[in-house]
Ligand binder design. Sequence first.
Ligand code: HSE
Length: 295
Amino acid sequence: MIKIRIPASTANIGSGFDSLGIALDLYNYVEMEPSDSCDISSSDGSNIPTGEDNLIFLSAKKVYEKAGVPFSGIRIIEENNIPFARGLGSSSACIIGGIFGANKILGEPFTKSELLDIAAEIEGHPDNVSPALLGGFTANAMDKCSVKYCRTDIPKNLVFAAFVPPFELKTADARAVMPKEIPIKDAVYNLSRSALITAAFLSEKYENLKTACDDKLHQPYRLPLIPGGEKVISESYKNGALAAYISGAGSTMMAIFEKDKESVKTFADSLLSSEEFFGWKYFILNADNSGAVAL
Ligand code: HSE
């Protein structure tokens, strides 16, 4: 069996809708070997699809098809630590686990860049799959079926506080509340800020992040779906956050700090002790700069 480790990811980073993402040091694991059937189980007791609709299975099968290799089945053992449907890239981790594992089994017929194109085709947008595969911060644009990207490492002094509500938010539902068209001034608001996020991470000028991660494309429409979300943003800024935003399509709220982990943990404990955050939990994380790796 080969074993793949895949990081969680936080996409959009506010203004970089469907474009920007950062890998985080919270990991899923996928063990995989060729088989004559679809044999899928979980080592952590999580309730997962065990049929041919399993996303790891489908993604692995896609790599076989693209490589022109007959596919008879695959044995998969999953360990899921990334919460499902919470905006932390759990689906993307499954896709990357499937394609990265299948590529290894087949003797690596595809480059990382080709794997990213396959992953974006399955996911529909590149902002989670790209950091999950490559690690670090990635800025991505789709050019027909190809992902063009730039990436950079994120230093360990940046701490990511992921506040996870007790409810799921399906990406399709979070996309359904967004307007179909936006005024040009809102487009300019967002494109200038997403450019600034990329420049801020590439030049380590993090003081720009608060302005840069604000947006008018998706968060104003999605925040009403996340009771408590606005308070996480305002309290995080009051406590010195560099950035605070909805992670991906939600429901997780993310705040980035340049502080020691203990003081961020103290803030998180204090915030979530209030009644309105009953059932929420948090992760205090660093970025992952490795992306998917075979262990
Ligand atoms: N960019 C996506 C969205 C992330 O916000 O809908 C979810 O995969």
